[in-house]
Structures are given as C-alpha cells and as structure tokens.
Write a new protein. Structure first.
Length: 331
C-alpha cells in the first residue's frame, strides 16, 4: 500500500512540473489564450502560440508567476488587430507576428533588444511602427511586405539590415542611424513610393538589389566611406536622375544601374577600376559618362541600350571596349 502511494505521489509531482513548464494559460493567470514554455536560460516564459479569440490583445507581463521574456512565432497568421507588448519582454522572435494581415497597431516596449527574422512581416494593414532605441538587432526581413507602412526610423546602434523593408510599397520616409555600416541585400527592394533617402556617412557597403525597383527614387548620394555596391543595387529605379559615386568605390558590379531609364549623366570616379557587364544596360536617357580613370576596364554590354549617348561618350567607350556597347552572343 505504501509503495502504491509513493508511486502516485511521484507521478503527481512529475505531472505538476510538466504542466507548469509548458502548457496553456489564460491572460495572466486565467483563460487558455497562450501556449508557452519556460526557458531556463532566459529565466522566463516564451510564448509559442496564441490560441485566444480576442482581436485586441494585451500580452500579460507574467504567466504562472514568471515574467514573459520572449514571443516566438506566437501570433503567426492570426487575425489580431492591436497588440500591446508588456515591459519586460526582451525578444520578439522569428515570425512572431508574421502575416498578421489585420494588424493595425503594435506597441513595443523599451525592454526589447532584439527583433527576429520576419518578425513583423506581411502585416499589410500596419501603417506605422516605433522601434525602441533599446533594439540592437534586427533580423532578416523583419518588416518586409508591410505594404501600408509609411515611415520608419531605425535606432542608433543598428549596424546592418538585410531584406528588412522589401515590398513596403507605401514607404515614403526612412531615417537611418549614424551607426549603420551595411545596407544588406534587397533591404528596400520595390519600395515603390520612396522618393528620397539620406545615407549616413558611417555607411561602408550596399548589398545586392538593395534599392532595386524603387521606381520613385529621384536621386541618391552615396557617402564617401562606401567601398562596395552589390549587383543590381539600383537597377530599375525608373525615376533616378542623379547619382553621386564616392571616390573609393573600385568596382561597379553587374547591372548596378541597369534600366535606370531617367539617368542622364554619371561621373565614374578615379578609384573605379572596372565597370562590369550590363552595369548601365538600358539607361535610355544617359547622354554623358565621365571617366575620371582613363584606364577603367569596361565589361561586355556595360552600356548596351544606352541609345542617347553623345558621340563623344560613344567614342570613348569604343576606345575602351567595343563590346560594351553592343549585344554579345554567348554560347
């Protein structure tokens, strides 16, 4: 009999720990609105799923007496309209609010330090987001495809973003911090309402397709510290009329300015040693190219389809590489 009681007690204790370390809870201490886990390393609760029906949600600061520290994919594809994240939450994890197409408002506290990959992505009703100055890390695609988002300010301390705002087709205002070193691949790809952006002096590199398809972008001044510009970085910027390249860039990559159909003049700095294939392909309004380095190397089709080039510019290009102007057959 004693042995049976001991076995019962041990089973009860085991079940108690299972249901208090991972399970369902109501807001605070009540209804079954969340699935969650206790993370020993973080010493707090990680929300893994929202299973409630409320559309206006205030996330509890504590569950089972433990602080809520992180949100990990919990609201993915949900129909919530407003979210208030409590003080104490440090991490908005990967896919936390991914594809919340009805989300109109989200309040992020100053305790948050990290926003994960695609965390607030595809929220097509969200017009504004305030990123606290405490945030030091923004994941890949964190705010991408938020088609109603109009403005964004990235806080000081962020050094790079990657795919962060691609497809934000209503974005008209972007403020980048002086801590920014690298604008990663497709960060502003097809931000079709963006007419201007100021790049900080701290910037040293621009990635692949970073501003590709920004069809309303009129001008861009690239800071002096920028040394690398990825391929197709400004391709298909149909309204771009003015570009300032710094003396420090050594290479203009494949299709960097391809199909910038409003670009009229470009000055190639002395530091540029090579202009790669198709770099200015289809720039039909380009009339003048100034080569400050007479030894610059031109790739094939670098200026293919630039039908408005002046005779003087055409002559200079022909002297360097005739194939830079004409279609080249490849096997």
């Amino acid at each position: 009999m004693v042995k049976s009681i001991n076995i019962f007690v041990l089973c009860f204790i085991a079940l108690f720990f299972i249901f208090t370390s991972s399970g369902c809870t109501r807001d605070g201490e009540g209804s079954t609105n969340y699935e969650y886990e206790f993370n020993q390393e973080l010493n707090g609760i990680v929300l893994t799923a929202y299973i409630g029906s409320d559309l206006d949600v205030t996330i509890p600061a504590k569950i089972d007496g433990h602080p809520v520290i992180a949100i990990d994919g919990a609201f993915q594809d949900s129909g919530v309209k407003t979210i208030v994240i409590p003080e104490g939450v440090k991490i908005i994890g990967d896919y936390a609010f991914f594809n919340c197409t009805s989300l109109e408002s989200i309040s992020i506290p100053e305790t948050v330090t990290s926003i994960g990959d695609y965390a607030i992505c595809g929220c097509s009703s969200l017009e504004s987001i305030t990123i606290p100055e405490t945030v030091t890390s923004i994941g890949t695609g964190a705010f991408a495809a938020n088609t109603a988002l109009k403005s964004i300010t990235i806080p000081y301390g962020i050094t790079s973003v990657d795919e962060a705002f691609w497809g934000c087709t209503s974005l008209t205002s972007v403020t980048l911090p002086d801590s920014m070193l690298f604008l990663g691949n497709t960060s502003f790809f097809e931000c079709t309402a963006l007419t201007a952006i100021t790049l900080p002096d701290s910037l040293t590199g621009i990635g692949i397709g970073t501003f590709r398809g920004c069809s309303a972008l009129i001008e861009i001044n690239i800071p002096n510290n920028v040394k690398t510009i990825g391929f197709a970085a400004f391709a298909e910027c149909a309204s771009l009329t003015s570009v300032t390249l710094p003396d420090g860039v050594t290479y203009i990559d494949y299709a960097t300015f391809a199909e910038c159909i409003s670009l009229e003049t470009i000055i190639i700095p002395e530091s540029v040693a090579r202009i790669d294939d198709n770099a200015f392909y289809g720039c039909i309004s380009l009339t003048k190219v100034v080569f400050q380095n007479s030894a610059v190397e031109l790739g094939v089709q670098a200026f293919l389809g630039c039908s408005a080039l002046s005779d003087e510019t055409v002559q200079r290009i022909l002297e360097k590489n005739p194939d830079a102007l004409f279609q080249v057959e490849t096997e």
